[in-house]
Ligand binder design. Structure first.
Ligand code: T5A
Length: 208
């Protein structure tokens, strides 16, 4: 049972797994049912957090991994306090494209920041998702999707294959540690089928 009137869903996974596409399709499904949906993303989701996002993703400004971690949580604090908590308090379904599992996977497992440091910041934020979907896609399929999309690569996209492998192993470990909250989902499904699967999983968990 959720701790607030709304329901908090996060989407996690590697680059190109289809999180943004799935989030948009799921939001559309739920809105068609007449539900209030807040679809948002991290890093970002507020003016301040989007400004921090630009600093985090640019390849122009070197930042120590611990500094990146704290900036991700600075952006998250603004997002949580000014947007997510109010939306959940009024009963909205919140769909967030990445959340603190990404910090654990990218900054702790990927960049070597101690897990305990990230855990302390997670505790400070104090807003666990009700349900977290971990979108799973073979690396070659994700790479093909990203190549097809093209565009400039950001700080994390240019870190190389070893980094990506550590991040993906991190997501595996996080999902294994919290099997109640974290649900692995086959992301090779077409977008509409994937959204329908996520909708069914929310109904099974939330009873609505
Ligand atoms: N990060 C983030 C951290 O290091 N720490 C943190 O705490 C947080 C929150 C964010 C970066 O920041 C890092 C992680 C990231 O590196 P971002 O641009 O938001 O940067 O990165 P991503 O979240 O990875 O966004 P992407 O757009 O790269 O991936 P998505 O959202 O998973 O994929 P999506 O939906 O954009 O789809 C990619 C392509 O595949 C197609 C789409 O049309 C698109 O072309 N596609 C599908 N094709 C077939 N079937 C489907 N089901 C498809 N779904 C999508």
């Amino acid at each position: 049972m959720s701790q607030y009137p709304g329901f908090f869903v996060t989407l996690e996974g590697g680059e190109g797994a289809g999180k943004s596409t799935a989030a948009a399709a799921l939001a559309a499904l739920l809105r068609d049912e007449g539900r209030e949906v807040l679809a948002t993303r991290e890093p970002g989701g507020t003016k301040g957090a989007e400004a921090v996002r630009a600093l985090l993703l640019t390849t122009d400004t070197p930042l120590h991994p611990l500094a990146q971690t704290m900036l991700h949580f600075a952006a998250r604090a603004d997002h949580v306090e000014t947007v997510l908590r109010p939306a959940l308090a009024r009963g909205a379904i919140v769909i967030c494209d990445r959340y603190y599992d990404s910090t654990m996977a990218y900054q702790a497992y990927g960049q070597g920041v101690p897990r305990a440091a990230v855990e302390r910041l997670i505790e400070l934020i104090g807003l666990p998702p009700d349900l977290s979907f971990f979108l799973e896609l073979p690396a070659a399929t994700a790479a093909a999707r990203l190549t097809a999309r093209a565009g400039a690569s950001d700080r994390y996209e240019q870190m190389g294959e070893d980094f990506t492998a550590r991040v993906m192993a991190g997501f595996d470990d996080i999902a294994a540690r919290e099997p109640q909250r974290c649900v692995r989902v086959d992301a090779t499904l077409p977008p509409e089928a994937l959204a329908a699967r996520l909708r069914a999983l929310i109904r099974a968990r939330a009873g609505r």
